[in-house]
Design a protein. Sequence first.
Length: 183
Amino acid sequence: MKSLLVKYKSVIRFIVTFLTVYGVLTIGYNVYLNMSDGSKFYPDYLTNLVAQQTNALLNGVVYDANVLPHPNEPSMKIIINGKYVARVIEGCNAISIIIMFLSFIVAFAGKLKTTILYGLAGSIIIYAFNLFRIVILSIGLYHYPWRKEILHNVIFPMLIYGTVFLLWMVWVNRFSQNKMLDE
């Protein structure tokens, strides 16, 4: 057993570090969500921010868009040209994906400064990509509502998780000092 622990020490360290960082960030995010009263920024600040930025981008590409608080659930309704096309819920703000991304980056750490800068840059890329994803999805749902399932459940998750995967691969191959894959 000891020889297995020695042999797979770097793998075990990666898993423990990933799960620890993921757990701490997820608990912190859940504390934030539970502290959000939703009175000023409904349903919470980050989800509201994503909805407002989506609205600005939609209006910037010549759609008459509005976002309104959903009366029956904690979400923001996206309305294009008077037609309700989608809703932005807490899961749409990309924070859970950013937490997963950061957990991997920390678990496969490089130099401290590089890890922090790449984590910040990657988080910004994921956040921005997510905004464009919501805008394009909303436009797609406006024009092709019968394609909702494939757009929302297949194509756009594949794109956002594909982006995270590519960022991870760049990290591992260019910046990480962890040699787990070489062992």
